[in-house]
Write a protein that binds this ligand. Structure first.
Ligand SMILES: C[S@@+](CC[C@H](N)C(=O)[O-])C[C@H]1O[C@@H](n2cnc3c(N)ncnc32)[C@H](O)[C@@H]1O
Length: 236
């Protein structure tokens, strides 16, 4: 072991008389705080730079998100009227923000909506009582619940044009059955061509009339012994 190295006027290289270049060929093995400083300086600088870039990107993403939400809230007349309708029917629920609800519909719900459901939703939107319809997010939630419990036979009271009925029909197996009731057959028949086109109409047994007498009849019917795995009641 030679003496500890001293450093030249720049403070970076050991001088030859104190173990530096020329006197000690192993001078690179001598580790001093200065070596640490120069070894650490550049990685630390790089890390600081990366952290700065990350922070800038995060701020940019946040700005983009806020501007998209604001754009959706103010964009077109149509979007405004949709948001208003949503507020009227009380779909806002936990979200407490029409703009946020609209954002979720546009970015997450509508892209996952099966084509026949989209067609039925758009057809129903033109109907004067469209406020009654099940929303697209509810339809997808319903579909998910049915699949989770492997429901086969279901009952639905309050069909309207059939949005929730179609969500159910698409979720249950091919030999599944839906006993559906509504006092109004006309509205059901409005959506029926879309349900038929989707290839699921054979799963539906539609009964026209008030639900209570039909239910009373079912209770008395000794031949009706199919278990019902899922009930969806939505009358108004
Ligand atoms: C809110 S809408 C149903 C919405 C439907 N589930 C959908 O996804 O679009 C309510 C429906 O219940 C029906 N209705 C009201 N009273 C009823 C009753 N006593 N028995 C059966 N249907 C009834 C109405 O004709 C109306 O179509």
């Amino acid at each position: 072991m030679g003496p500890s190295p001293t450093f030249d006027q720049f403070g970076t290289s050991p001088t030859p008389d104190r173990g530096g270049k020329g006197s000690n060929p192993d001078f690179r093995l001598h580790i001093t705080p200065l070596h640490f400083f120069f070894q650490l300086r550049f990685p630390i600088q790089r890390k600081l730079k990366l952290a700065q870039v990350h922070k800038q990107r995060k701020a940019k993403r946040k700005k983009l998100f806020i501007s998209r939400v604001l754009a959706m809230a103010t964009n077109t007349q149509d979007q405004q009227s949709q948001a208003g309708r949503h507020q009227e029917v009380g779909h806002k629920s936990l979200l407490q923000s029409d703009a946020l609800y609209q954002y979720i519909l546009e970015t997450s719900v509508y892209p996952r909506e099966p084509e026949p459901m989209k067609e039925l939703r758009e057809l129903t939107a033109k109907h004067p009582w469209n406020l009654m319809t099940t929303s697209a997010d509810e339809g997808q939630f319903l579909n998910m619940l049915l699949k989770l419990i492997n429901a086969k036979n279901t009952m639905e009271i309050g069909v309207y044009t059939g949005y929730s009925l179609l969500a159910t029909a698409l979720a249950i197996p091919d030999d599944g059955k839906i006993l559906a009731m509504d006092v109004n057959r006309e509205n059901y028949e409005l959506g029926l061509p879309v349900i038929q086109k989707a290839g699921v109409a054979h799963k539906i047994d539609f009964k026209e009339g008030p639900a209570l007498p039909v239910l009373d009849q079912l209770v008395e019917d000794v031949n009706f012994n199919n278990p019902i795995h899922f009930f969806f009641f939505r009358i108004c």
